[in-house]
Design a protein around this ligand. Structure first.
Ligand code: SF4
Length: 311
C-alpha cells in the first residue's frame, strides 16, 4: 500500500483546505478505494506524532512513496532556514533529508512549486520553490534533482492548487501511472488547457465586449486584469466544487498557476502599452491583435453588445 507524507513549510494551509473540497476523488476515496495510506498530515492524521514518523522514515522502518510539500521553502536567515523550523531543525533540512527517500515528490501549490506568495519581492525570508524560484530552474533541490522514480518534483501549481487535480495526481501515482510534465514540471493532463477555454464569458471576449468595472457580464481581459488567455490551469474545464470558477463568478483570473504569481502589479487592472494590453493571449501576434479585435467588435451581434447573455 503506497503511503503519503504531507509536510507544510511556509504555507497558509490553503492547499490543505482545498484538498478537503476534492470530490473526484475525494480524500476519503483516495484512501479507501485507491489504496493510499496517509502516514502524516499536520491537520488530518491523529494516530502518530511527527517525530515518530520522521524517525521511522529516516531509520528505514517506513518506506516513503509520495512526499507532498505544501508551502514555500524558507531558506533565511543566511541560508540557515531557521525562520521555519521544527524543534530547532530547519524545515528545509528535513525536506532535503526526506526527498531522496521518496519515490515521488509532489509540490502541492504554487508556493512549493515556484516560491509563490512568500517569494514575492522583496522576499525578505529568502523563500524559494522545490526546484524553481519563479520561472528559473534551481530552487531548494536544484534543477537536476530527481526522485527515486526518475522524475523531478511534480508541480501541482495553483494558489491554492485545484482540489481534484491534487487528488487525481495522487491517485495516478498510486496506480503507477507515469505523469507527462510540461517545461515547468506541471502534469500535462491538467495543465494543457487555458483558463480562458471553458470560460462562459468567451463570446464576449470573441466580440471584444469588455467590462471596465467588476460585476458585469462581459469579458474582463482588456481592463480588469484577467489572465485567463495566458494561464494554463484546469479551472474552467473542471469546476471548483463541481460548481464554479473565478471567471464564472465575475472575478478575473490572477494566473496563480504561473511561476511569476503573484506578479508585482494590480491584480484587477490590465497593464497596457498604449491602448493595447501588454500581455496578449498565448501565442497571439501583437501586430494582428488589434486588427482582429476591431473586426470582431464590428461584427458583434446585438444580443452580445447589449450584454443579454448570462455569463
Ligand atoms: S473573462 Fe478572462 S477567461 Fe473569461 S473570456 Fe474573458 S479573458 Fe477569457
Amino acid at each position: 500500500m503506497p503511503n503519503i507524507v504531507w509536510i507544510q513549510t511556509g504555507a497558509c494551509s490553503g492547499d490543505s483546505m482545498a484538498l478537503l473540497c476534492a470530490d473526484q476523488p475525494s480524500i476519503e476515496n483516495l484512501l479507501q478505494r485507491h489504496g493510499l495510506r496517509l502516514l502524516w498530515h499536520p491537520s488530518l492524521t491523529t494516530d502518530a506524532r511527527f517525530g515518530q514518523i520522521l524517525d521511522a522514515l529516516l531509520g528505514g522502518r517506513e518506506k516513503l512513496d509520495i512526499l507532498c510539500i505544501e508551502g514555500s521553502l524558507i531558506t533565511g536567515p543566511n541560508n540557515t532556514g531557521q525562520y521555519d523550523s521544527w524543534k530547532g531543525r530547519a524545515k528545509i533540512d528535513i525536506v532535503r533529508e526526506l526527498a531522496p527517500l521518496a519515490t515521488h515528490v509532489v509540490a502541492m501549490g504554487t508556493c512549493a512549486a515556484f516560491g509563490g506568495v512568500h517569494a514575492a519581492g522583496p522576499n525578505p525570508t529568502d523563500c524559494t520553490g522545490l526546484q524553481f524560484l519563479k520561472g528559473e530552474a534551481g530552487g531548494l533541490l536544484g534543477a537536476d534533482w530527481r526522485a527515486r522514480s526518475g522524475q523531478p518534483v511534480i508541480n501541482v501549481a495553483g494558489c491554492p492548487a485545484h482540489p481534484n487535480t491534487m487528488t487525481k495526481v495522487l491517485a495516478m501515482l498510486a496506480a503507477d501511472d507515469t505523469l507527462k510534465l510540461d517545461g515547468l514540471n506541471r502534469p500535462l493532463a491538467f495543465f494543457s488547457s487555458l483558463v480562458h477555454q471553458g470560460c462562459t464569458r468567451n463570446e464576449y471576449h470573441e466580440y471584444d465586449i469588455e467590462d471596465e468595472v467588476l460585476g458585469g457580464r462581459g469579458c474582463m481581459f482588456f481592463s480588469l486584469g484577467c489572465r485567463g488567455p495566458q494561464t494554463l490551469a484546469p479551472c474552467n474545464t473542471e469546476l471548483w466544487n463541481g460548481h464554479n470558477s473565478k471567471t464564472r463568478a465575475g472575478v478575473p483570473c490572477f494566473g496563480c498557476t504561473a511561476p511569476d504569481f503573484p506578479s508585482n502589479r494590480d491584480l484587477f487592472v490590465t497593464p497596457k502599452i498604449g491602448a493595447v494590453p501588454k500581455f496578449l493571449p498565448l501565442g497571439v501576434a501583437r501586430a494582428k491583435f488589434m486588427a482582429y479585435k476591431n473586426l470582431a467588435r464590428a461584427a458583434a451581434p446585438e444580443r452580445v453588445v447589449n450584454r443579454e447573455m448570462e455569463p
